[in-house]
Ligand binder design. Structure first.
Ligand SMILES: O=S(=O)(c1ccc(O)cc1O)N1Cc2ccccc2C1
Length: 402
């Protein structure tokens, strides 16, 4: 067991961050899952995981000093350094021995558990920064840019770990539905059933909190095979995560906007299969929000609830850290999809989830550490080249949506 002193970790970081991460398509995940051996998967991961870890670790070190010095960011940094080291132990290991392969699986599970709280720990770091420093525009932009890339990198690393441990580890795979699953991918994911699952679970929470909840009106439209259910090769847990978040927002909006009456307008969901895109549109009559605020819903800084001061500790923020929307959008973008919000202030909001209809186009979208990304942290924001009045005070903050 060789303990690397910090200097050689720095050298290893430089070495592995020179490689670009290799994006896999959903099709490759499927083919790999159907035919690859545990040894081949091990050979790929013991290189690819350090490459992806090193690429994002180099970017962590480019963060504004104020943020980097926050205790929570230091903790996350340590977790990444530890995990990077643990995988490097397998660099020269014998891929033929089952002992090596078993130990590798156990190490992956240990790393996945170590990083389970990274999202809220980073959010805590952003809050520590807000509570201790004034955050200028440049810092806010760097944080937005970094967290999108950091959380996308984390989604991709957890995807690789989950595929390997589900396919080759001795993890319990669920009942019959998992017989056709390849790791965490369902080759025939029926979107309507996931929509219904997310609705029922969000509705349960809504009833508990508000003692009422809007109905669901669902419709399906298949342009390619008229009348056939819309199916996609996708990761059901990613799709569920997005829908659950959007239902929570729409339900909260609908109930709060119609607090006076008992008649709640239903939430309407359309699942549409087109030639290139699969869309899931969720429409609510929750009163919507002004255009000036819509962008902020995807901003980490504005979605970070203030630290409840000791005095009013009883007012636990309604929302957690409100990263639900930005992270849901990353899940959609991870396989080259997207989430867009179109709000009509005074009426309601349409949220559209775009997914790639063809699995060959659904490739991983991965951040790359290079001169371009590094430059982003140093350049100042160019002065505006369109006339603008005194910019509206950015003090107002939109209440976070959990
Ligand atoms: O901003 S929203 O239009 C809104 C945003 C995202 C979404 O998915 C659905 C939405 O409806 N909306 C969220 C919310 C919460 C409490 C009170 C009123 C509102 C209005």
């Amino acid at each position: 067991f060789t303990l690397r002193c910090c200097s050689s970790v720095a050298k290893m970081l430089d070495f592995y961050s020179q490689f670009n991460p290799s994006p896999l398509s959903i099709k490759q995940f499927i083919d790999f899952g159907l035919s690859a051996s545990e040894e081949k998967s091990f050979m790929f991961l013991r290189k690819e995981l350090p490459v992806r870890l090193a690429n994002i670790m180099k970017e962590i070190h480019l963060l504004p000093d104020n943020l980097l010095r926050m205790p929570s960011v230091g903790l996350v940094n340590q977790w990444y350094a530890l995990s990077f080291n643990e995988i490097l132990e397998f660099e020269k290991a014998d891929s033929n021995s089952t002992e090596t392969l078993d130990r590798f699986c156990k190490t992956l599970v240990k790393i996945r558990n170590r990083h389970s709280d990274v999202v809220q720990t980073m959010a805590q770091g952003v809050m520590e920064l807000k509570d201790s420093h004034d955050v200028d525009n440049q810092t806010e932009n760097s944080i937005q840019y970094f967290l999108d890339r950091f959380y996308m990198s984390r989604i991709s690393i957890r995807m690789l770990i989950n595929q390997h441990t589900l396919l080759f580890g001795n993890e319990l795979t669920r009942g019959d539905s998992s017989l056709r699953h390849i790791g965490c991918i369902d080759p025939q994911c029926d979107l309507i059933s996931v929509v219904k699952d997310a609705y029922e679970n969000a509705r349960f929470l809504c009833e508990q909190y508000y003692l009422s909840s809007p109905e669901l009106k669902i419709s399906e439209h298949n342009e390619l095979e008229n009348g056939a259910p819309v199916r996609i090769i996708y990761v059901p847990s990613h799709f569920y995560h997005m829908l659950f978040e959007l239902f929570k927002n729409s339900m909260r909006a609908t109930v709060e906007h119609h607090a006076d009456t008992d008649i709640l307008p239903p939430i309407e969901v359309s699942v549409v299969r087109g030639k290139e895109d699969i869309c899931v549109k969720m429409s609510d009559k929750g009163g919507g929000i002004p255009r000036s605020v819509t962008d902020m819903l995807f901003h980490y800084m504005y979605s970070t609830a203030p630290q409840p001061s000791k005095s009013d500790a009883h007012t636990v923020p309604l929302a957690g850290y409100g990263y639900g929307l930005p992270i849901s959008r990353l899940y959609a973008r991870y396989f080259h999809g997207d989430i867009m919000l179109l709000s009509c202030d005074g009426l309601g909001t349409d949220a559209i989830v775009y997914l790639k209809a063809l699995s060959t186009e659904a490739n991983e979208l991965l951040p790359i550490f290079n001169k371009t990304s590094s430059k982003f942290y140093r350049t100042t924001i160019p002065t505006g080249d369109w006339s603008s009045t005194q910019s509206a005070c950015m003090e107002h903050r939109y209440p976070t949506i959990s």
